[in-house]
Design a protein around this ligand. Structure first.
Ligand code: GLA
Length: 733
């Protein structure tokens, strides 16, 4: 049993392999957080629920009657703090009632413990069997109005995961308005933590930022309508001293692809509060009498063994219990995408020439990117018109797919369903289908507008139009792009007082549409994309097993992007390709070998005009493909170790994959900065079995795992810019 409730002490205890999570129903029915951290066995530590008679920290009515001035919601750690009563810290819930009041105070009503994992209607969430998961539902009730809040806890002991979600049900006769409905609150005892967040921009997503938390609030958020390039909906709190291999770490991953807020606050008693959920800015949701609002899931993870273990737990948990696609466990093809080779300027012949050449070298799929539909010769027009451009593809999508299949290659396409250009048949027919406020000229971004995904007729059109293309040809892969953020968010479908629902309804509608596609076409490999990695989140990962990591394909920049991404997401989720040098985004020249080494720490593929390669380069491509295939299982399903932090170490970067049985490993190194008369470089491996004997093929070294982990691996002293090495480490049999 991983969930336990003891009636005498009114304590709930959740246990995972390494962690204990404890809460208690307080004397007057409030639900207090007690402890979250390293496992403490059967101990109940409710002595940690302490209050002081502090000025300006008020007491609930019952406490006042008994003159219990040490019972204050402003001081106790809480499970789901609400706005308006005594807790002045960041709150999770703000309900507006018909009389305009905005105060809610929740008390315990009942609870339920059951085997298996709860699901959330219309929202992505982790899943699994009754043997693997246990669920706790605690229902709280407002002290004055029949508004019920059910806190959901899913416990997955194997990977030290506790998921949280919330259901808010209105049992009043009147409607209520939610001005704030966050998904989780975790209150920690002290404040000796660093916050790790992942910031960025288009072409440089998920850069690691680490800073100590301090009094006041520190927010990581997005109000861009999507999870965004600029901040990722994933954050970590860890000990100041935590490293890859030691220290307490708490991860928070939001399973949602829209506006989000992750807020850390150090309070007056130097306790730390982390709240996470849908961003309250622009959010105002009406819940009618009898209806329920569901706040999306947050996946909390704990590691006492540092950041490496925390990440590996997320990787395994997401691969095994989040990604719905059969491709979570299925070999994915090595693809070539034509975008950086041709942009919009292609036709069937050009694509087939690329495919033929790529096939010779071992590539398994051709992906036809943007420009195959409507009037789409640049980014000014065509979005929304999901019918083939026969000038470019005379025999349609079917024709080119057949020809690619004849080469014994699979075929994939690009779509951007959520968008429309003004210059399109779709816009001309349905100008009201996109976000535009009738009284103002709105914002254009990449010359496009955003369709209102909350509207059923919009989703039906997209499902029918894009579905017809998918039905028309043998399509094995779809890249689902999204190339601007949301502005002028207003829906012609909703009355004025419900406009605060549009952002969330956009995400719900989008999820419904994506779900229809992935359910109808399970054999298609879907790759997410949003101008690269602008929608790289756990919500999207539920539907699509991989997402294009970044439009920045420069190998050196990608080391930073993939490093940051790896904290919260598995390598199997990172779309990563070898592109041309000099790189189109940075102008940097890196050797083809180095580009291969970096792209192999992802789903691997090519994105360049392969017909322009020299014979020598083509030979190298052949070798890369062989090498990637050789290591496929270790890379995609093995354990991932970050051996350096490129934000701190500008001399070299290194990372490593170790197969689950620890028999095989791939260790990669890239020299970031060549120096004259360079110091000898030795890199210590991780994750091997100390007593086993391993052989490193490229160095012809045979020694124990202990030697490779503690004495290290000697890196050859070669000259040149951005040199890279792959070391194949295998157990001797
Ligand atoms: C986005 C994607 C690119 C490419 C273009 C096409 O920027 O990230 O990979 O598909 O759109 O317009």
């Amino acid at each position: 049993m991983s969930i336990n409730y003891k009636e005498e002490t009114k304590i709930f205890t959740l246990e995972t392999r390494q962690a204990t999570y404890q809460m208690q129903i307080g004397k007057f029915g409030h639900l207090f957080h007690v402890y979250y951290g390293n496992k403490i066995g059967k101990a109940e530590v409710d002595y940690l629920v302490r209050g002081a008679d502090a000025g300006f920290s008020g007491n609930c009515y019952e406490a006042y009657l008994e003159d219990e001035r040490t019972y204050s919601l402003d001081e106790f750690k809480q499970e789901y703090p609400t706005f308006g009563s005594a807790d002045f810290r960041s709150s999770c819930l703000a309900v507006e009632y018909q009389n305009g009041s905005q105060t809610t105070e929740l008390r315990y009503k009942t609870h339920r413990i059951y085997k298996g994992k709860y699901a959330l209607q219309g929202l992505p969430a982790m899943w699994g069997s009754e043997e693997e998961w246990e669920t706790l539902e605690i229902t709280l009730l407002d002290a004055h109005y029949p508004v019920e809040v059910t806190l959901l806890y899913g416990v997955l002991p194997e990977y030290d995961i506790i998921t949280r979600a919330v259901k808010i049900t209105n049992h009043m006769n009147d409607k209520i308005i939610l001005n704030r409905a966050l998904s989780t609150c975790v209150d920690l005892q002290d404040h000796a933590y660093d916050l790790l967040s992942f910031y960025g921009k288009h072409n440089m997503e998920r850069s690691l930022m680490r800073r100590p938390i301090c009094h006041g609030k520190q927010a990581v958020d997005s109000v861009r309508g999507t999870s965004s390039h600029q901040q990722n909906p994933f954050a970590i709190l860890c000990d100041h001293t935590a490293t890859e291999d030691c220290g307490n770490c708490y991860g928070f991953s939001f399973v949602y692809s829209g506006n989000f807020l992750a807020e850390v606050e150090v309070d007056q008693y130097e306790q730390t509060r982390m709240v996470m959920g849908i961003h309250p800015t622009g959010f105002r949701y009406t819940v009618e009498s009898g209806d329920t609002f569901t706040a999306p899931e947050v996946v909390c993870a704990y590691s006492r063994d540092g950041l490496g273990t925390l990440s590996r737990n997320y990787h395994k948990a997401f691969r095994n219990h989040l990604v719905k696609s059969q491709f979570a466990k299925k070999r994915r093809p090595i693809l070539i995408n034509n975008w950086e080779a041709t942009t919009f300027d292609f036709n069937e012949d050009k694509l087939l020439a690329i495919a033929k050449e790529a096939k010779e070298l071992g590539v398994e799929m051709l992906v036809m990117d943007d420009g195959w539909f409507g009037k789409r010769n640049n980014d000014m027009s065509g979005l929304g018109d999901w019918f083939v451009n026969t000038k470019k593809l005379p025999q349609g999508v079917k024709g080119i797919a057949e020809k690619v299949n004849q080469l014994d290659m699979e075929f994939g396409i690009w779509v951007e369903p959520e968008m429309v250009n003004e210059d399109s048949d779709l816009y001309r027919t349905h100008p009201d289908w996109c976000f535009q406020i009738p009284t103002r000229k709105g914002v254009y971004s990449r010359a496009q507008l955003v369709l209102d995904m909350g509207r059923q007729e919009v989703r039906d059109y997209l499902f029918t139009a894009i579905g017809a293309v998918l039905d028309s040809a043998n399509i094995a892969y779809v890249k689902w792009d999204m190339n601007r953020h949301l502005t002028d968010v207003w829906s012609g479908n909703l009355p004025a007082e419900r406009q605060g629902e549009v952002y969330h309804r956009y995400v719900l509608g989008l999820y419904e549409l994506v779900d229809r596609f992935v359910t109808k076409y399970p054999q298609i490999l879907f790759e997410g994309c949003s101008g690269g990695g602008g929608r790289f989140d756990a919500g999207w990962l539920y539907y699509m097993p991989q997402s294009w990591c970044s439009d920045d394909t420069d190998a050196i920049e990608r080391i930073h992007i993939q490093h940051g991404t790896s904290f919260g997401y598995p390598v199997s989720a990172m779309g990563s390709h070898v592109s041309v040098a000099p790189n189109q985004q940075t102008g940097r020249f890196t050797p083809l070998h180095t580009r291969g080494v970096v792209a192999m720490a992802g789903t691997f593929g090519y994105e360049l005009d392969i017909t322009h390669m020299t014979n020598e380069e083509k030979e190298l491509v052949k070798e890369q493909i062989k090498e990637f295939k050789y290591h496929y299982d270790t890379i995609q399903y093995g354990d991932y170790y970050r051996l350096t932090n490129p934000e701190e170490n500008n001399r070299y970067a290194a990372w490593q994959f170790v197969s689950e049985d620890k028999k095989k490993s791939l260790l990669s190194v890239v020299i970031l900065h060549a120096t004259a008369n360079a110091a000898f470089l030795t890199i210590k491996a991780k994750g091997l079995q100390a007593e086993r004997v391993y052989h490193i093929a490229e160095l012809d070294i045979t020694t124990t795992g202990a030697a490779l982990m503690y004495a290290g691996i000697p890196i050859p002293r070669e000259k040149g810019d951005y040199i890279a090495f792959n070391f194949t480490i295998e157990e001797m049999v």
